[in-house]
Design a protein around this ligand. Sequence first.
Ligand SMILES: [Fe+2]
Length: 435
Amino acid sequence: MTTTTTWDPTTLTSRYDAVRSHTERLASPLSPEDQTVQSMPDVSPTKWHRAHVTWFFETFVLSEHEPGFAPFQDQYWFLFNSYYEGIGPRYARPDRGLVTRPGAHEVGDYRGNVDERMRDLMTTLDEGTLDKLAATIELGFHHEQQHQELLLMDIKHVLSRNPLQPVYAGRPRASCEPDAMGWVDVEGGLVEVGHEGGGFSFDNELPRHRQWLEPYRLADRLVTNGEWLEFMRDGGYARPDLWLSDGWATVRAEDWDAPFYWTEHDGVWLEHTLHGTFPVNPGLPVSHVSFYEAEAYATWAGKRLPSEAEWEHAVVQDGQAGAEATAGNLADDESYHPSPAPDHDGKHRLRQVYGDCWEWTSSAYHPYPGFHPPEGAIGEYNGKFMSNQMVLRGGCALTPAGHARATYRNFFPHRSRWALSGVRLADGGVARDLT
Ligand SMILES: [Fe+2]
């Protein structure tokens, strides 16, 4: 993880308070019962997220630097460790919903205790130690923001399983039709990708390096529900010729016939959202589709998915890479659902780059050339997941503001659908080899 930010105790503490209180704000509409349920193995209970991000600060900051450190509770290091082998054994992920104690209120006590100790530490450390520790604390901020997004994705699934169709928050959009998809041409050539100075990045965004890109073009907006309905009407989920072999096997095994949160009632497709269940809105981006579905759709459309380098370079070329440019339908908008593409005003610009839906790419999640994870348990943060996953770019409507950037590499397994993921098409450039 890298950062070029220089922190002073006041700014660091105030950023700490802002990130931590936002998590509590997201959890506040949820009852202790809501916060306890684990509706499938990929989903973690809300209170687990709240405790785990707290564990991160207690384990990686307080345990190493707090004078006279003693854990808040003897077993939490085991209970709220997610995947760090270097820390020790951990409670089984698929069983997190069985942990009825500590309850949601006790998790709040844990958070309050760690917050107090973190504030004490940040305001009393000498300048040299603070300089060294600030990068880990800042990583804790970005880690907690990742879990803020996961908390929303996960509670969406939890609430989807309740026949009372409870509402979390957000607001429905009026039904709308998509405008015509435009295209943005990119010259390609020898380009540089990866994070370069200027603020925080995760280790997987490094090192910056060169890649060769053939000329290509990217769709100026995401694929919509209306277009996805066309794909379905054309037998998209019933035609093996459109699917990768593993994708087709998954369609058959899982009985997929529509995006994850769609259900059909009396011939009408409905979609579960965080603000209720409504008829599928044709003008909104399609969401909660897997890599396999995205790839099959692109094949059906006679296009392809962009590589992650194509995505990143196009965004840079389009002038949307700077921190000031990373605006979009992110979680601060509180719609908690993808929005229609804004009017393009006749300009050929990429729309919906940040927010709305994480965009599947054709790139496997592999280390960049020269990648080295940091020493110690913190090195497990990203590097050990670099197999059997695909990269997604851009952020979604559940991503906290300030947590999206052009070089950000999200990743999920090919079949994942509970993440808020969508599709942007590419064309030109690399020819498809069907031999
Ligand atoms: Fe985590």
